[in-house]
Design a protein around this ligand. Structure first.
Ligand SMILES: Cc1cc2nc3c(=O)[nH]c(=O)nc-3n(C[C@H](O)[C@H](O)[C@H](O)COP(=O)(O)OP(=O)(O)OC[C@H]3O[C@@H](n4cnc5c(N)ncnc54)[C@H](O)[C@@H]3O)c2cc1C
Length: 416
């Protein structure tokens, strides 16, 4: 790519500066083999500084792999003071209780890990990435992608404000409705779930004990994620009708309904924030790459939030793509060619498909109302509970360090 400066405005144009797009920009800029590349980050929305006094409604459970990748992106130090580590996870069926043997319990104490992950505001992650010293050399462009043209010599990006940028590679990191994917003519498979996730923050009668609680109800899972200030973040996936009625209910009625639906696992709860609803879907792009184009994060895959994996998979995409490009650069290969980009696609598409399939199966199994399936489901849960090896494998997957994880997810990077 040494000659690219003379021919192109940028080497790489990343479309979308959400958590995933900004992480990719930082990792590219921080990689020794790629740091000379000229990178643009295109998004009409400027990142918002988090408010220390009012935590935003959108939070994510970040895995160990994400912690390591965000460390390499030089963002983790700014995130960790605001992150809530969780050491335990309890999952149970509506027909059971958290104390019964068929409840699934994972504990960091069973592993060599200090915790199972951290709960963090999305805004905090995005802001920390934006403030990373690695972003200093990245050009931020405030406009939306409106057109894409490719030929064998270049990619041309047309922005909504009429500007045109030429580059070698376009990366679509523009979320589940990705305009980059659509303009590139890449289809997707999947479906909208008949579910909406209602999110809110709650005060609870009993302490959360750094535990993520999840109860599977017939319409979908209800989760309490522990927050650093002692509150919990509610993620309740249910039918769109029930979600609308929960959002319209008075604060007292909402709190009462959540307490009943959670089987009072943390006692009485009180709404301590606004409420929002997110329609849920599973989408998988039919291809992640074309010559001069790659998709990462929700632009490539959108997943049910029940296992808290969406952005974790996105960060793994970023680390994998950077690893593939760095290795190709070291060998003197053309980075924009299908030969190189397909290595990323082969790697990540199959890894993501496994996690997507597992999450979809869990959602179907738990929303299945037949008595026979309910019995099978409880049997399955008690099987997992009684098998330490199986539990350890699941914990490794949840931590993001199992499977074919990229190098940055396997170790803490030096950040000097
Ligand atoms: C209720 C809920 C709970 C979740 N919980 C978890 C969790 O616990 N753990 C987890 O890992 N994941 C979780 N997720 C998933 C996670 O939120 C997403 O995977 C993540 O936000 C995707 O990030 P992204 O950067 O790929 O896309 P986005 O966050 O959608 O960002 C896309 C960016 O692209 C920009 N953009 C859009 N169109 C254009 C355009 N035309 N031109 C330029 N820019 C454009 C947007 O402005 C935006 O900044 C959850 C999701 C939901 C709905």
């Amino acid at each position: 790519m040494a000659t690219s400066r003379r021919k192109f405005d940028f080497d790489i144009v990343i479309v979308g500066s959400g958590m995933v797009g900004t992480c990719l920009a930082a990792l590219l800029a921080g990689d020794d083999a790629l740091s000379s590349l000229k990178i643009a980050l295109v998004d009409p929305a400027a990142p918002r500084k988090p408010d220390d006094r009012a935590m935003d409604l959108r939070v994510s459970a970040l895995s160990r792999a994400s912690e390591r990748i965000l460390t390499a992106a030089r963002a983790w130090d700014a995130i960790v003071p605001h992150a809530s580590p969780y050491s335990d996870m309890v999952v149970w069926d509506a027909a059971s209780t958290p104390e019964r043997p068929d409840a699934l319990r994972f504990s960091a104490a069973e592993t060599a890990e200090p915790n199972l992950g951290h709960i963090v505001e999305n805004l905090r992650v995005q802001w920390a990435l934006h403030e990373s010293p690695l972003l200093r050399g990245v050009t931020e462009v405030r406009s939306a992608l409106a057109g894409l043209e490719f030929d064998e010599n270049s990619a041309r990006v047309t922005l909504e404000d009429g500007r045109r940028l030429t580059c070698q590679i376009v990366i679509g990191a523009d979320g589940s409705q990705s305009v980059a994917r659509q303009l590139a003519g890449i289809g997707r498979s999947g479906w909208a779930y008949d579910q909406t996730a209602v999110v809110a923050h709650l005060h609870t009668g009993k302490p959360h004990r750094e535990t993520a609680w999840q109860r599977f109800l017939p319409n979908g899972p209800l989760a309490f994620l522990p927050l650093q200030d002692g509150r919990v973040s509610l993620v309740w996936s249910t039918t769109p009708d029930e979600a609308a009625s929960l959002q319209a209910a008075s604060e007292a009625e909402f709190s009462e309904r959540v307490a009943i639906a959670s089987d009072h696992v943390l006692g009485q709860v009180t709404l301590a924030s606004g409420r929002a609803g997110f329609p849920l879907a599973l989408w998988h792009a039919r291809a992640y790459v074309q010559p001069r184009l790659a998709l990462v994060g929700d632009a490539a895959h959108t997943i049910h939030p029940l296992a808290g994996q969406g952005v974790n998979l996105g960060f793994l995409d970023c680390a994998s793509l950077v690893q593939v490009l760095a290795a190709a650069s070291a060998k003197g290969e053309e980075l924009h060619g299908l030969r190189v980009l397909r290595r990323y696609e082969r790697w990540r598409r199959s890894e993501n498909a496994v996690v997507m399939g597992v999450c979809d199966t869990i959602n179907r199994l738990f929303t299945e109302k037949s008595v026979a399936i309910a019995g099978l489901r409880r049997f399955g849960l008690s099987m997992v509970t009684s098998q330490p090896y199986l539990r350890r494998t699941l914990v490794e997957r949840a931590l993001g360090v199992g499977g074919d994880a990229p190098q940055l997810a396997r170790r803490i990077a030096a950040t000097n």
